[in-house]
Design a protein around this ligand. Structure first.
Ligand SMILES: Nc1ncnc2c1ncn2[C@@H]1O[C@H](COP(=O)(O)OP(=O)(O)OP(=O)(O)O)[C@@H](O)[C@H]1O
Length: 608
């Protein structure tokens, strides 16, 4: 099932940026002291800058008018000192927050990673990996930038404006009124901009996530794309999505440039008008030249706090969107709980009853409405130490049923017990210590052979002897011929292995921990007949010590099992030994003779 972009509706819903940003509080709380100090230092720094016009006023009205060179030198030195102090304080502000903010980003990323690990397989089936990747990278960077700049500077600039206007008011109330003229239209404009920019920012961030998904799929599926000559189609899809993203980014840039143009023009106009009015006042002797110089220099110094509002608002908006996107997977329902006994504290249930399924029902959450449940009352008992083969037509739900045992999906009805203990009540960690799985599609990680195999052992890990034993059972002799033996890197960024080799390593991983319960989903499908026979011979010893459910498509795999369960119409319709079923069950005979047919949903619902 292809992963898709999650519900795009949030982009269309109006939301409060402030409420979205307030959700960051738990992460910001530990560094609130640092942030507050950095804000205070920022205010002191910009207020220091506002003292410069006052020194200029003193310079013009005093030493310059009196033609006193030593006074001019003193004034110049003072201006230089204030400038250096301002720069130093801004540097200190930056130093105060840089390290703590990197820590906030790291802890948010850590929480998201842990959350993604705990979210059920159903969640990952639905969410595109690129979307999750962009939330864990770009969105978190945007949030760090917000905490470093807009959060502090919206406060620092607002305070600077307040202090600045008090200074202006003290110089000339009339000229201050002239300067305040554009304030009302600027506020209205900023509010309108905020709404429109928020929608564009959300769209751009979602589109970036979709693009990341497409790139990831193109890289992972490069063999298929080449083999089927689909590079042109894939590249067209890439260009289409990249064009859409570019369009949205341009739209954002247009919104920002419109706002910026007005934010730059209106204050400049107001300063121009203030200059004309001020010059008239100086010529009428209603204002000293020094006061006019100080007023205009202060007004010019306040241009930056006003002009920066545009991009501070834009960055805050993007941060609000990033916060929404970050918290979507963080607050999605269904994370695997650690309900039940804690890992390690749940006593291993006494051996005896084996694996029991009672009336197990399941339907995928995204199955079409009104369609029949995939599993509609599975009853099956695998005795302790027994190996049960699970046979059924393609698509009848065998893999799904095996995934319910380690709770990769939660059954929608019925119960599964392991030696009498209900899996629904067990801590997930404990359950997965008891049950080992090897899937038909073997996934290896970017790690050494040894690490990939040892991953299947419990929290105590596996020693060298255990790893070698598992490799031998799975007939993985080929690993000793690899360039670095067991230390050879395999997986996505390592040496490429054949399908059969990967499958055998996955099998070694499943058996390394001597699991009490073993689930094998057609584990030998990629092996040649000779290797399959060797693996089966070695597996028999392992299977004797464990309770196993083995999905089987071929008579050779079925031979591994003590008994066979036939699955059909979402239920187990027959259980018996291979010869018994061959003798008594026509469907089983058909399946084993290779005349298998794909199960259509209609057939399933008919069977009910
Ligand atoms: N994540 C999913 N969401 C919705 N439907 C799914 C999902 N995974 C599988 N299905 C559907 O459930 C049905 C059973 O799939 P499953 O893989 O369990 O069958 P199977 O018997 O193991 O098939 P095979 O023998 O080919 O491996 C199929 O129709 C499949 O399309």
């Amino acid at each position: 099932m292809p992963a898709t972009t999650p519900d795009p509706a949030p982009a269309a819903r109006p939301r409060s940026s402030i409420r979205s940003l307030l959700r960051l509080w738990p992460y910001v709380r530990p560094i609130r002291g640092r942030l507050a100090t950095s804000a205070v230092v920022g205010v002191v720094a910009s207020s220091t800058g506002l003292l410069i016009p006052l020194v200029l006023k003193w310079l013009v009205d005093g030493p310059v008018t009196d033609q006193d060179p030593s006074g001019v030198w003193l004034g110049g030195g003072l201006v230089l000192l204030l400038g250096v102090l301002e720069a130093g304080l801004f540097g200190l502000r930056r130093w105060l927050v840089a390290r703590p903010l990197a820590g906030v980003e790291a802890s948010m990323r850590g929480d998201l990673y842990r959350r993604l690990q705990r979210l059920p397989v159903a969640f990952h089936d639905k969410w595109a990996s690129g979307q999750l990747l962009s939330r864990a990278t770009t969105d978190l960077q945007i949030l760090r930038m917000f905490l470093a700049f807009p959060l502090v500077f919206l406060f620092v600039n607002a305070t600077t404006l307040l202090v600045g206007f008090c200074i202006l008011l003290a110089q000339s109330p009339l000229l201050t009124l002239v300067l305040l003229g554009p304030a009302a239209p600027l506020v209205v404009l900023s509010m309108r901009f905020e709404t429109r920019y928020a929608l564009a920012a959300r769209r751009a961030q979602d589109q970036a996530g979709d693009l990341a998904t497409l790139v990831e799929e193109s890289v992972l599926g490069v063999r298929i794309i080449k083999a089927f000559g689909r590079h042109r189609t894939q590249s067209q899809a890439f260009h289409r999505q990249a064009r859409d993203l570019r369009g949205t980014e341009l739209h954002k840039a247009r919104l920002l440039s419109d706002l910026w143009a007005i934010i730059m023009t209106l204050p400049e106009l107001a300063i121009g008008v203030a200059l004309v009015v001020g010059v008239l006042q100086v010529s009428d002797d209603k204002l000293s030249a020094g006061t006019l110089v100080a007023f205009l220099t202060t007004a010019l110094a306040l241009r930056w706090p006003v002009e920066s509002i545009g991009f501070l608002l834009a960055m805050s908006n993007e941060a609000a969107t990033a916060a929404d996107r970050y918290f979507e997977p963080m607050t999605t329902d269904g994370a695997e709980s650690s309900a039940g006994a804690e890992a390690g504290t749940h006593p291993a249930a006494p051996r005896g009853d084996g694996l029991r399924m009672e009336g197990v029902r399941f339907r995928y959450p995204d199955a079409p409405a009104g369609s029949a449940a995939l599993l509609c009352g599975v009853d099956l008992h695998i005795r302790s130490g027994e190996t049960m083969a699970l046979v059924g037509a393609t698509g009848c739900g065998k893999t799904t049923l095996t995934a319910l045992v380690p709770r990769l999906h939660e059954p929608t009805g019925g119960r599964i017990t392991l030696d009498g203990a209900d899996t629904a009540e067990m801590a997930v960690a404990r359950l997965r210590e008891l049950v080992a799985v090897a899937f038909e599609e073997p996934t290896l990680f970017s790690a050494t052979v040894r690490e990939n195999v040892a991953m299947g052992a419990g929290p105590d890990g596996a020693g060298e002897a255990e790893v070698l034993r598992a490799l031998e059972i799975a007939q993985c002799g080929f690993v000793h011929a690899l360039p670095d033996g067991l230390d050879t890197q395999v997986g996505e960024q390592g040496l490429s292995l054949s399908g059969g080799q990967r499958q055998r390593l996955a099998l070694a991983r499943a058996v390394v921990g001597r699991p009490q319960f073993l689930i094998l989903d057609d584990p030998l499908s990629a092996l040649d007949v000779h290797t399959e026979a060797l693996v089966e011979a070695a597996l028999r010893d392992v299977l004797r010590e464990t309770t196993a459910l083995v999905v089987a498509h071929r008579p050779s795999t079925v031979q591994l099992a003590d008994r066979v369960a036939l699955m059909s119409g979402g239920r187990i319709t027959a259980v018996g030994t291979h010869p018994e079923l061959l003798r008594d069950n026509a469907e089983y005979r058909r399946l084993m003779s290779g005349l298998d047919t794909v199960v259509e949903p209609l057939e399933r619902s008919d069977a009910r």
